[in-house]
Design a protein around this ligand. Sequence first.
Ligand SMILES: C[S@@+](CC[C@H](N)C(=O)[O-])C[C@H]1O[C@@H](n2cnc3c(N)ncnc32)[C@H](O)[C@@H]1O
Length: 240
Amino acid sequence: MNPEQFDQELKKHNFELTQEQKEQFKIYFTKLVTANEHVNLTRITEEEDVYLKHFFDSLTPLFTFKKVFVEGATLCDVGAGAGFPSIPLKILMPGLKVTIVDSLAKRLTFLKDLIAKLNLSDVNLVHGRAEDVGQNKLYREKFDLVTARAVANMTVLSEYCLPLVKKDGYFVALKGPKAEDELENSKKALQVLGGKLIDEEELTLPDTNEERTLVLVKKVKLTPKKYPRQAGTPRRKPIK
Ligand SMILES: C[S@@+](CC[C@H](N)C(=O)[O-])C[C@H]1O[C@@H](n2cnc3c(N)ncnc32)[C@H](O)[C@@H]1O
């Protein structure tokens, strides 16, 4: 998907990019591939792949779960790495108030520079593990939306993300193909952590066979204080 095809695809979803937004994606692409020569950020570096597999892919929740993406909402992106999905979402919806949590300082250094170059406001960077951030009063149960792509399986991810979601807010997981087993295995964790599975949508990226699954979980109850457990425990001893 080249930048023109990207514009066309977004139009199909009723998003007409301004000149400024087109420029922001262009700068994002350039900075990503340049920085990637020194810091390990992505394996995807061809322009058409970056526009499809990073930019468009990051925006699919916005097209699929429209009603939960409200201008002015607070969004926390857990394990955003080089900014996916939150930075493309922020470019398209400038009113979002974004917090990015990642445990790797080098990636946050890249993001700090990127945010300045893209002239984005209301993007807060937090260096830390989701398990610790989820126990920090500043962040716990403070977000309308929490997103994560390619960070952990659904059970572990739920323990990272749900503690950060406000009651009645949403957790959106961007998953690959065939996520049913993962989802089935996470049922207990969702229930324990106060989540309720609302929707699960399968889609294919335009003009490809690239399959994705988007999962929408609503926080229906507060998360018990003991979660998230100590850093490393969710992965070592997933909730069963
Ligand atoms: C495979 S990358 C995915 C990055 C991005 N979400 C994407 O889709 O391109 C996983 C990221 O999650 C971060 N990460 C993994 N476990 C984490 C944890 N427990 N807390 C915070 N960040 C974590 C890593 O540092 C890394 O940047």
